[in-house]
Design a protein around this ligand. Structure first.
Ligand code: ADP
Ligand code: MG
Length: 211
């Protein structure tokens, strides 16, 4: 097994993981993190509960530049609940990167508060398609500096009818980005999305039984 240390994660991040009792990578993390640190696009298929969130958050933590104010990483996720969960995990890890600000953009939460936070600069933005588009249309969020794009729970997102919204958002992210797609299943519409918006992605598939 490759350990988190061997993957080259920074000391401060490792310390935070240890504090949470997280010492060894799950299979999906072991496969995805090195590819992501190397700059590859990845498509990860693994069932719920296999640790996909840290598989994308840990490389993002290493790659993001807290000294620059613009949004550099964007995570699109289908539901408010998932956005809240990912944001909580990201904020814990962000303690390892001084000056790193995490913004959650989902419906039902005070848009004015989100706007103030965006004005102060959030390098990592986590949101649901509808609210993200709302910010993009208001001009309160711009994606011109985004280099890291995550499509989380892609099958669920398309199943909920978000394809058009997701595509509209992706098209605003510079092509030079690194794109990561995570999904429990790989129906044709998810494959098509990956084919249209990813560059020579590495396919990572974790068998059903492997946890
Ligand atoms: P998924 O997105 O694949 O459904 P999550 O990323 O939400 O799964 O992770 C499921 C649970 O596993 C979370 O409670 C998370 O804290 C825990 N977890 C993730 N990675 C590890 C790890 N390396 N060691 C122990 N627990 C982990
Ligand atoms: Mg998940």
């Amino acid at each position: 097994m490759t350990t988190f240390e061997q993957m080259g994660l920074s000391k401060a991040v490792l310390q935070i993981l240890r504090g949470q009792g997280i010492t060894n990578p799950t299979p999906v993390q072991e496969k995805a993190i090195p590819e992501l640190l190397a700059g590859e696009d990845v498509i990860v298929q693994a069932q719920t509960g296999t640790g996909k969130t840290l598989a994308f958050l840990l490389p993002i933590m290493e790659k993001i530049r807290p000294d620059r104010p613009d949004a550099q990483a964007l995570i699109i996720t289908p539901t408010r609940e998932l956005a809240i969960q990912i944001t909580a995990e990201a904020r814990k890890l962000a303690a390892a990167r001084e000056g790193l600000s995490v913004l959650a953009a989902y419906g039902g939460q005070d848009v004015e508060r989100q706007l103030r936070k965006l004005k102060n600069g959030a390098q990592l933005v986590i949101g649901t398609p509808g609210r993200l588009l709302d910010h993009l249309r208001r001009g309160s969020l711009t994606l011109g500096a985004v280099r890291l794009l995550v499509l989380d729970e892609a099958d669920q997102m398309l199943h909920m009818g978000f394809l058009a919204e997701v595509e509209e958002i992706i098209r605003l992210v510079p092509r030079s980005r690194q794109t990561m797609l995570f999904s429990a299943t790989m129906p044709d519409n998810v494959k098509r999305l990956a084919k249209a918006y990813m560059q020579q992605p590495r396919d990572i598939r974790i068998a059903e039984t492997s946890r």
